[in-house]
Write a protein of this length. Structure first.
Length: 289
């Protein structure tokens, strides 16, 4: 069996497996007692995807039909595939996974529910390009109120790699990473990953272009072509009311949107933990979205 035929067979078997697992109720179809299997019939999936039944039969039988990206996308939607499954289906069909055109700033309801459970922890949410899109009162108490500067200026890349045209600052007081170079390299590597995922987003391309042209340090890191995720590090914040406080920074990235939940914690029972509590008490900042 040649490689192309093996791919066709794998595509067909995967489509059948996903069709068999999708119940009629899940797509709003009536349940028929005469069904021999709990999944969708071929004609039902074909109708949902806007395809002919004959074409779907050829796909499932592994014939070499080379479906287009539009056809694969229609099948992915009809089969209610997850983003990872959608991308896998595109690869099986020999077409590139669809690229999201714009960076996502909107926080999904499920993530908002999770954030509501973290109200005692300094937490912020950043978009894929490290634009600040949400924070809670504890975060503002620790870093300063972001509403004091313009929306476009609330960007971690702009903070760490300023250019002459930058006017504001993301935070109101100094933040010192334990290893500033490693943290900044990781930040640039993460931005490169975002630039690859959102190649047509002018906000991302504009941010990169301005940093490369106006910040030699960023330009040097960018030229290194590293790609990765900014995961965690340790920072010291020089707070005007509580003094220096050392915190651990953890970054949780949502795979679907590339939104990043950034949380700051201190060692339980430590003086730093007490300072975090004190910052929350003395601050009257509100949360923003």
């Amino acid at each position: 069996m040649n490689k192309g035929h093996a791919v066709d067979k794998q595509l067909g078997s995967t489509l059948r497996a996903w069709r068999d697992r999708l119940s009629p109720e899940a797509v709003g179809l009536p349940v028929d007692r005469a069904r021999r299997s709990p999944g969708l019939r071929r004609e039902e999936l074909a109708e949902l995807a806007g395809l002919s039944v004959d074409y779907l039969v050829r796909l499932e039988q592994g014939r070499s039909v080379s479906p287009s990206q539009q056809v694969v996308g229609s099948l992915a939607r009809a089969l209610r595939l997850s983003p990872d499954e959608r991308d896998h289906l595109h690869r099986l069909a020999g077409v590139g996974p669809p690229q999201d055109q714009r960076v996502v700033d909107d926080i999904p309801p499920s993530m908002r529910r999770l954030l509501s459970l973290l109200d005692s922890t300094p937490v912020a949410v950043f978009a894929a390009d490290w634009q600040l899109v949400w924070w809670n009162p504890r975060w503002a108490a620790l870093f300063g109120d972001p509403t004091r500067i313009g929306v476009e200026e609330r960007n971690l890349v702009r903070l760490r790699f300023p250019v002459a045209s930058d006017r504001g600052r993301l935070t109101s007081w100094p933040v010192i990473p334990v290893n500033a170079e490693a943290a900044d390299r990781a930040l640039v590597a993460d931005l490169r990953r975002a630039a690859a995922r959102f190649p047509d987003d002018p906000r991302v391309s504009g941010l990169v272009a301005s940093r490369v042209a106006g910040n030699p340090r960023f330009a040097a890191f960018w030229a290194g072509a590293a790609v990765g995720r900014h995961a965690e590090d340790r920072k010291t914040i020089r707070h005007p009311d509580i003094g220096e406080v050392s915190v651990d920074c953890d970054v949780l990235t949502d795979g679907d949107t590339d939104l990043k939940i950034v949380a700051y914690t201190a060692v339980p029972g430590s003086e730093d933990e007490s300072k975090l509590e004190l910052a929350g008490i003395i601050s009257s900042s509100g949360s923003h979205a």
